[in-house]
Design a protein around this ligand. Structure first.
Ligand SMILES: Cc1cc2nc3c(=O)[nH]c(=O)nc-3n(C[C@H](O)[C@H](O)[C@H](O)COP(=O)(O)O)c2cc1C
Length: 470
C-alpha cells in the first residue's frame, strides 16, 4: 500500500468523499466549518484551499479519518459500507500488524518530495503556512493537531513518533504540550536531565496513517515499523541535517529544531476532546532551525472538540483494539470484544467476555483500567457477558440495569493517573489524579447456571412468523 498523501487524495476523491473548500479564512472559519462537518454522518474529508491571506495550493486537510470507510481505506483493509464488517476486519488485522512490527524497520533514502523547498536562518517563517485558529477561545494558532513529533532517546537509537499539540509562538518558535509519561516527553526530559537540548522534528502533513500511528499507544519506538507493517513495505526516511532525526521522505511539511532545557512559554488554552478548554500553562518550546515542505504543502489538521469530533470515531476503534490486544497479551482468556464508545473514549471502556472463573471479570477490568490507553484519565470500566455487544449502548445499559448490583459490583480505584485536561480535577493543582469506577454488569459467576431464564424469540419461531410484518 502506498503511503503518500497525494495518492490517498486520489482514492478518497474517487469514492466521492473529498470536498474542496475555497476561500475560507484561517481565523476560525476553517475550524468552524470542520466542526459543522462533524455533525454530518457520514461526512466528507475537507480540503481547504485558497485560504485567506495565503497562496493557492497552501492547504489544510481535516476530517481525514472520521468515517469507518476512510479508516478502512487508510489502513488498506477492504472498504465496505457495513460498519461491523470494517470493525471486524480491523480487529482481525490489528494483531498481525503488531506481530509484524519487527519486520519493517524504516529505510534511509537520500531525497524525497519533502525536500522540494527548504528554509533556514532569516528565511524561517512559521506563519508561511495557513495554520488555523481552530476554536474561538484558543490561545493561539495550533499548527500541530494531526502531527507526528519525532524524537530520539539520548541513550539509544530508539525513535518515537507522538501526536502532541503544537502552538505557534512567533516566526521561529513553537510550543508543545505533552502529558507526563508520553514517550516524546520522556526523550526530552532525558536530554534535559543531562543539561542538553533535545533535537525534535515534526511532520505536519502526511498520509493519515502517520498521524494515526503517532496518536496510538504503540510500544515505545514502534511507530515507523507499525506504519511499514500496515503498508506492507518499509517507510522511507531522510536523515534531517540539523537534528539527525529520520523524517518521512514523503511528508508534506517537516519542521526541525531544538527544545532547550528550562525554557517554558505560556501555551493554550485550546479547545480539547473533553469538550472543554484546557488551561494556559508554561510549556516547553521548539526553537526552529529548518523548514522543509513539498510544493503545495498540506497541513493535516485534526482539531479536537466535544465528540463526535475529527478523531473520536477512530480513537474508539483504535483504542478498543489496543486494549483488547493488551488484555489478550496479559493472558486474560475469552475476551470477546472491547469498545470505547465514541463520546466517552478511554473514559468509558466496555469489555465483553465469557466468564471462565470467579474474579475473571474484575481481573479484566482492573488490567484494562491500568493499561497505557485506559489509565489516562480513565473514568469507568464496565464488564458485560459475552452475549452483550459493547458497541450497542442499549445492550450495555440493559446489562447495567439488570445484571449489576451496586453493592457487590462496583469498585473504585483511587488516585489513578489523570492529566491536566480533566475537567473534574479541582484546581489549582499540579499533580493530576482521578478515581476510576469498575462496574461488573455481568451475571454473578456463582449464579451463571441458575440466573433467570432470558426472554428471547427462538430462531425457529422468528423464521416462522416474520413474514407477518413484511
Ligand atoms: C488529535 C489528537 C491530539 C492529541 N494531542 C495530544 C497532546 O496535545 N498531548 C498529548 O500528550 N497527547 C496528545 N494526544 C494523545 C497522544 O498522541 C497519544 O497518547 C500517543 O499514543 C502518544 O504517543 P507516545 O505514546 O509515543 O508518547 C493526542 C491524540 C490525538 C488523536
Amino acid at each position: 500500500m502506498d503511503t503518500d498523501l497525494r495518492n490517498w487524495f486520489k482514492e478518497v476523491e474517487n469514492r466521492g468523499e473529498l470536498k474542496t473548500i475555497n476561500g475560507a479564512h484561517w481565523n476560525l472559519e476553517v475550524g468552524g466549518i470542520t466542526q459543522l462537518n462533524w455533525k454530518k454522518r457520514p461526512n466528507p474529508a475537507l480540503l481547504f484551499d485558497n485560504i485567506k491571506d495565503y497562496p493557492p495550493g497552501f492547504r489544510v486537510l481535516t476530517s481525514s479519518t472520521s468515517t469507518f470507510q476512510r479508516i478502512a481505506l487508510t489502513y488498506g483493509i477492504p472498504v465496505s459500507d457495513d460498519e461491523q464488517e470494517v470493525v471486524d476486519s480491523f480487529s482481525r488485522s490489528f494483531p498481525g500488524w503488531i506481530a509484524d512490527i519487527g519486520k519493517y524497520p524504516p529505510v534511509q533514502v537520500k531525497d524525497g518530495p519533502v525536500m522540494e523547498n527548504s528554509f533556514q536562518g532569516k528565511d524561517i517563517d512559521l506563519f508561511k503556512f495557513p495554520t488555523p485558529m481552530w476554536h474561538e477561545d484558543d490561545g493561539g494558532r495550533f499548527i500541530g493537531t494531526g502531527c507526528a513529533v519525532i524524537t530520539r532517546s539520548p541513550d539509544s537509537n530508539e525513535i518515537n513518533l507522538g501526536t502532541y499539540r503544537i502552538m505557534l509562538h512567533d516566526h521561529r518558535t513553537m510550543g508543545f504540550f505533552s502529558v507526563p509519561g508520553r514517550h516524546g516527553r520522556i526523550h526530552c526530559e532525558n536530554y534535559h536531565q543531562k543539561g542538553e537540548k533535545c533535537p525534535i522534528a515534526v511532520s505536519f502533513g502526511h498520509h493519515p496513517l502517520y498521524f494515526r500511528a503517532a496518536a496510538a499507544d504503540l510500544p515505545l519506538g514502534a511507530e515507523y515499523n507499525f506504519i511499514g507493517a500496515v503498508a506492507g513495505s518499509p517507510v522511507e526516511v531522510i536523515t534531517e541535517e540539523i537534528t539527525g532525526l529520520p523524517v518521512p521522505a514523503n511528508s508534506e511539511i517537516v519542521i526541525a529544531g531544538w527544545c532547550p532545557p528550562g525554557k517554558l512559554l505560556p501555551e493554550g488554552p485550546f479547545g480539547e476532546y473533553t469538550g472543554y478548554y484546557g488551561g494556559q500553562h508554561p510549556a516547553p518550546v521548539i526553537e526552529v532551525e529548518r523548514i522543509y515542505h513539498r510544493n503545495g504543502p498540506v497541513i493535516l489538521g485534526s482539531p479536537p472538540g466535544r465528540a463526535p469530533n475529527d478523531s473520536s470515531y477512530f480513537m474508539s476503534l483504535m483504542c478498543s483494539m489496543v486494549i483488547k490486544n493488551y488484555l489478550i497479551t496479559a493472558g486474560i482468556p475469552d475476551i470477546k470484544a472491547v469498545w470505547l464508545c465514541e463520546v466517552g473514549g478511554p473514559q468509558l471502556i466496555v469489555i465483553s467476555l465469557k466468564q471462565r472463573y470467579a474474579g475473571h471479570a474484575k481481573q479484566a477490568a482492573l488490567i484494562a483500567s491500568q493499561s497505557p490507553t485506559g489509565t489516562n484519565m480513565g473514568r469507568y470500566v464496565i464488564v458485560v457477558d459475552e452475549d452483550i455487544n459493547p458497541r450497542n449502548i442499549d445492550e450495555v445499559l440493559w446489562a447495567l440495569a439488570f445484571r449489576s448490583d451496586p453493592e457487590q459490583g462496583i469498585d473504585i480505584i483511587r488516585r489513578a493517573r489523570s492529566n491536566s485536561l480533566d475537567p473534574m480535577v479541582q484546581r489549582p493543582i499540579t499533580v493530576f489524579h482521578n478515581n476510576v469506577g469498575i462496574i461488573e454488569a455481568c451475571k454473578p459467576f456463582e449464579r451463571l447456571e441458575t440466573f433467570p431464564k432470558e426472554v428471547t424469540l427462538s430462531p425457529a419461531l422468528e423464521a416462522k412468523i416474520k413474514h407477518f410484518l413484511s
